[in-house]
Design a protein around this ligand. Structure first.
Ligand code: NDP
Length: 434
């Protein structure tokens, strides 16, 4: 805390992981050596830079850009870019730290990184977004490369932003290097099923948890927070598996539709129009819209998929969900539950799929995009989706096994942290003190 003052989100992420590792250190004293924890929690590099750009009225705006290259023990740094006004060093470090173990869990050779800017894409014109992203890449390009560091999307960064950044990277480098960014449009090297991967992957993971307990998506009521990239495809897959998704939200408020959210309307508002979720009720007047996104957790549901942002479920919201009978939580967003909320869920015996495991499908398919770019091939949607499904099953199996091995059967928070940690730790030890 003294070394990283005012970095609450980063402290929260480190605390959760280090607490889980206590049984590992007790059983394997060799992990206490090598300065592993100190090295793991100190990024290899944190880059911060000025991003000047000119808005539509001709005024100069200045934002701050970040890239954290956290750990490269098992492969090139890999992790998304977030454009949101709340972005600061603490947010980027918590995301980068989590990414290290998440990427390890996927079983693919990728290290951990993350980046972004406090730029707010909301309300900006297309040209403003282009000028900003070009300026952002004009600094970022010197730190990334297909064998060095491969950014992707996150909150506020979708195919449009990735496209502008890729165009600028190519222009500066003077060469096509498809593998330098993932989440690209399939027209120029993007992988099919990448857009769907995080949401689908989260549902595949929860499906494993439910099956393990004799439960199913079929016939269940599901709440999904957010209405962005992860949420939309979590809704799509949950509906395909027979669930009724009764609510979704954005940062302004939430929609409750007991008959089942109409996904075509949500896609039309959010993907095609960049609009607000409040517009949903105009087409579906039987549904209700309520201001304030936190209220979504007061709706009774069987399965909750928080897919918006960090710390959106606190201890009180968790207690409310439990009292109304929730059976399973799948974290589509990064760190959406506070430590108090997680404690409540675990104590109450609610099935809990932590972000690191449940939302690893996005980065897993990003790594598949890198593989396709290296091989100069494009796999079909079905091929990529089948690989994603298998990866999510493996992550569930490995996390379950690690939890059992270390005396915490059923606790996937501990299981995912340990399974992700062991591979990175062994690679770090094998490579010496670097
Ligand atoms: P998007 O920008 O596509 O969507 C984010 C959604 O969450 C929007 O509905 C947004 O509402 C809402 N939201 C954002 N900030 C807040 C806030 N402070 N309070 C309430 N709601 C908020 O982002 P993604 O779907 O890509 O990402 C969502 C989460 O999933 C993030 O935690 C991200 O790190 C995580 N994730 C994403 C991956 C990916 O592949 N995209 C991979 C793994 C994790 P509004 O429109 O009003 O801003």
């Amino acid at each position: 805390v003294r070394r990283n003052p005012y970095e609450d989100e980063f402290h929260q992420a480190v605390r959760e992981i280090f607490d889980s590792l206590v049984p590992v250190f007790a059983k394997n004293p060799r992990y206490r050596e090598h300065g592993l924890l100190e090295r793991l929690s100190e990024p290899e590099r944190l880059i911060s830079f000025r991003v000047p750009w000119v808005d539509d009225s001709g005024r100069v705006q200045v934002n701050r850009g970040f890239r954290v290259q956290f750990n490269s023990a098992i492969g090139p740094y890999k992790g998304g870019l977030r454009f949101h006004p709340s972005v600061n060093a603490s947010i980027i470090k918590f995301l980068g730290f989590e990414q290290v173990l998440k990427n390890s869990l996927t079983g693919q050779p990728i290290g951990g990184g993350k980046g972004g800017s406090d730029f707010d894409p909301k309300g900006k014109s297309d040209l403003e977004v282009m000028r900003f992203t070009q300026s952002f890449m004009t600094e970022l390009y010197r730190h990334i490369g297909s064998d060095v560091d491969v950014p992707a999307g996150d909150i506020g960064v979708g195919a449009r932003e990735i496209g502008y950044m890729y165009g600028q990277y190519k222009r500066i480098r003077g060469a096509s290097e498809a593998g330098v960014l993932t989440g690209k449009n399939p027209l120029y090297g993007g992988s099919l099923a990448r857009t769907e991967a995080t949401g689908y992957g989260c549902v595949y993971f929860v499906q494993e948890m439910l099956n393990g307990a004799g439960l199913d998506f079929k016939g269940s009521r599901v709440t999904v927070s957010g209405s962005g990239n992860v949420s939309i495809y979590a809704i799509e897959k949950a509906q395909e598996l027979g669930a009724t998704v009764i609510a979704c939200s954005d940062s302004s408020g939430y929609v409750h539709d007991p008959e089942g959210i109409n996904l075509a309307t949500v896609k039309c508002i959010k993907e095609a129009g960049r609009g607000r979720i409040s517009e949903y009720v105009a087409e579906h007047p039987h549904a209700t819209y309520t201001e304030g996104c936190e209220g979504i957790w007061s709706i009774a549901c069987d399965i909750a998929l928080p897919c918006a942002t960090q710390n959106e479920i606190d201890a009180e919201a968790a207690a409310g969900l439990i009292s109304r009978g929730v059976k399973a939580i799948g974290e589509g967003a990064n760190m959406p539950s506070t430590l108090g909320a997680i404690e409540n869920f675990l104590k109450a015996g609610v099935l809990f799929g932590p972000a690191k495991a449940a939302n690893a499908g996005g980065v897993a398919v990003s790594a598949l995009e890198m593989a396709q770019n290296s091989a100069r091939l494009s796999w079909t949607f079905e091929e990529v989706d089948a690989k994603l499904h298998q990866i999510m099953k493996n992550i569930y199996a490995e996390s379950t096994k690690a939890a059992e091995e270390y005396g915490q059967a059923g606790n996937l928070v501990v299981g995912a942290n340990i399974a992700g940690f062991l591979k990175v730790a062994d690679a770090m030890i094998a490579q010496g003190v670097v």
